[in-house]
Design a protein around this ligand. Sequence first.
Ligand code: UD1
Ligand code: CA
Length: 453
Amino acid sequence: MTNCAGVVLAAGKGTRMKSKVPKLMLPMCGRELLSFPLEALAEAGVDQIVLVVSRDGSGLDHSTDMTIQSVIQEQPLGTGHALDCASRVLHGQADHILVLNGDLPLVRTSTLDRMLSQHIAQKASVTLLTAAPSPAAGMGRVLRDAEGNICDIVETRDSSEADPGNWECNGGAYCFEASWLWENLPKVQPSASGEIYLTSLISSAYGQGAGVGSLLLDEPTELLGINTRYQLALAEEVMRERIRLHWMDEGVTMIDPRTTFLDADVRLGQDTVIYPNTMVLGKSNVGEDCTLGPGSTIRDSQVGDRCRVVASFLTEATLESGVSVGPYCHLRPGTYLEEGVHVGTFAEIKNSRLGQGTAMGHFGYIGDATVGEGVNLGAGTVTCNYDGESKHRTTIGDEAFIGSDTMLVAPVEVGPGAATGAGAVVTHDVPPSGLAVGVPARIVGTRKKPAGP
Ligand code: UD1
Ligand code: CA
């Protein structure tokens, strides 16, 4: 398909949301609402995309692979006016214009492809997506003449007639023959409400005998427009189900899909099993053969293969392969657990790296620390990293043994192979293989390593 430009209308006020942020910046499945119609359009293979935004929406993060050109609609004077703002950059640029309302997150690329192919095949002036029965109140009603040709669209709010019940609604996605559009759009007169409606183009086309085509969708939810928080919640539910189906098709097991929440930018590996009440959010990547949950929340984190995360909360954490976490751990930003690390119950870690095979089997706090390989962190180990003014680092060498209830008063270093006794309060560095005991801890010799393999 060539020579088709896309326009997304995103400059409306969104007053029905009652939000301090522009409607299309509100999050859905971990992304801005607007990213969904933009992605659908980009995947439909249009040659360029123009986004019509208001001044306060100009910071919208529309991350798709396509370059998107934004134009500003200074005043929200209606959907027709918004489209006219795009004419400045699109006039003479494309044969067909695919227009999408920005609040249509569920419309599928395959549907846009079908609409465009039909539009081109039928040589219509305009083709629109419709659904019946009406999926939501407050939409435009599609009116047909005695022969069944579409002759007008009347907004429910502007109609004095009683709700006819099973009416066909206007979905808010259109294909236009470009030259017809740019010629007729400036002629559209304001509606009774004072807004310039894009939908007025339908009666213009009908009046001129220019073809109006339509594609009736079997799945009306695809055309759910987001005007209220309730509609946002409904759309999010549908999108979450689509995301779950996608990952199940890719080989992920969900014990209870309804309580498994996955954001749109999450990636999951084959044969990973997700137990109930688990959320994988933001830009998280999870490897193969992992077990997540029950009751885990993983946000913006990287999880390798064969990891186990039970009833724990991870934010911006990185786990290499074979790491086991939980139940009841809090891994905060900057946590990096190397291969085979084991973190047991009630552990909190932030801004720290734990080396390969290190174990922190029980409760404790590790913050601003570098911990070597094969270290044992006993129950109740605490890095006292904050002196009330600044944060300080703790360094623990390979194969060190930190006794239960050790307080490591940072900045402090425990050398490789060193040990601390139970209850030690370590205020000075411990040399390699040294043994520190007591409060404050004294070096009492060399650690006797238990005989072992
Ligand atoms: C619109 C349609 C309606 C259709 C429904 C589908 C019109 C007049 N009505 O109604 O027939 O059934 O969508 O969901 O088009 N926008 C601007 N600038 C403006 C006004 C709106 O960019 O001045 C943008 C909004 O940000 C939004 C989109 O256009 O993304 C649609 O506007 P909205 O006010 O939500 O229209 P609806 O009342 O839902
Ligand atoms: Ca709308």
